[in-house]
Design a protein around this ligand. Structure first.
Ligand SMILES: Nc1ncnc2c1ncn2[C@@H]1O[C@H](COP(=O)(O)OP(=O)(O)O)[C@@H](O)[C@H]1O
Ligand SMILES: [Mg+2]
Length: 305
């Protein structure tokens, strides 16, 4: 059976929440399930994915591709010691993530032509369009957060930015300046308290164009973000996912979201100190058990295609 390739963007608005460590070990977990995986370091300017595999000086990086030093993307794909798993290392040039939207689309499309079942994208921190666009283009994403309030609010802001960006694209394509203006207002809820929630926006939008408002609602319905709460230590931490779900439901009309969690685990740091991926060093650790669950979910959703 010909499976559809999955491109999964691993994003998180804050640095240090675990995006890279999750990308690397999820990639190994999927490769252990027999899937061909390419993991790509898109934290351009601050790349460190290769170090989690114990690679110190990558031979080729994305810079070589972006600056046309190599003619084909396949030339910068590097083998790892792990069966089924290849890596594309990130570049060093800061600000390169600021690629034009169309360039990002081209990059993701080209990645999808490489021989693999999964392409995992390890992205940089931030709620800017730089990062958000990669998630929109990839279509699948894991939003990584830690359970502290600050990080959760950042995660919520990220999802909000993502939704507004999607709706902006939709309304631009539909060429409806009036609704675009309303959407801009809805971004500034302090100045426009009657547009505090997405439900408010949809109500006002219906008065302008009922069909387009219905289309916008469908976009929200179909949106199923997967939030990964990493570094869970207490029972209270475990409730963080529910907090985000509630916020999304109440303010953004996002009904169906999935939350998964990963426990805090000393074994992560031990493996890092050893320059060995934890999935190889301590496969029975709490961290790896939680990562395996996420890998299984991705695996199943692929099989279901
Ligand atoms: N579940 C965890 N348990 C213990 N330490 C963790 C866990 N997740 C992340 N860390 C620690 O956080 C650090 C930052 O993780 P990293 O993946 O580099 O974050 P990001 O890519 O989001 O900036 C890791 O080096 C590791 O020490
Ligand atoms: Mg990182």
């Amino acid at each position: 059976m010909q499976n559809q390739k999955q491109t999964v963007a691993i994003v998180g608005p804050k640095g240090g929440v675990g995006k890279t460590i999750i990308s690397a070990n999820l990639a190994i977990a999927l490769s252990k399930l027999g899937k061909k995986v390419i993991v790509v370091d898109l934290d351009l300017g601050a790349s460190n994915l290769h170090t989690t595999f114990g690679l110190t000086a990558p031979k080729y990086t994305l810079d070589d591709y972006i600056f046309n030093k190599v003619s084909k993307l396949s030339e910068i794909v590097q083998k790892t010691d792990i069966d089924n798993l290849k890596i594309i290392c990130g570049g060093d040039v800061p600000g390169i993530a600021n690629l034009h939207y169309q360039k990002k689309v081209k990059l993701i499309r080209n990645l999808a032509t490489l021989e693999s079942d999964f392409v995992l994208l390890d992205l940089g921190a931030g709620v800017s369009y730089n990062v958000v666009d990669f998630l929109i283009i990839a279509q699948n994403g894991l939003l990584v957060t830690t359970p502290d309030v600050n990080s959760l609010l950042n995660c919520y802001s990220f999802i909000k930015t993502l939704i507004f960006r999607r709706l902006t694209f939709y309304l631009r394509r539909a060429k409806c300046p009036e609704l675009l203006e309303l959407l801009e207002k809805a971004k500034q809820t302090d100045d426009h308290p009657h547009l505090k929630t997405m439900e408010d926006f949809l109500r006002e939008a219906r008065k302008i164009d009922a069909a387009l408002a219905e289309g916008a609602k469908k976009i929200l319905w179909r949106f199923k973000p997967t939030v990964v709460v990493n570094r869970i230590q207490t029972a209270n931490d475990a409730k963080a996912g529910e907090t985000i779900r509630k916020l999304m439901r109440q303010y953004l009309s996002v009904e169906s979201s999935v939350t998964m969690s990963i426990r805090e685990d000393q074994a992560v740091r031990d493996a890092l100190a050893n320059l060995t991926p934890i999935m190889l060093k301590s496969p029975q650790s709490k961290f790896c058990k939680d990562i395996n669950k996420i890998a299984q979910t991705l695996y199943n959703s692929e099989a279901g295609n």
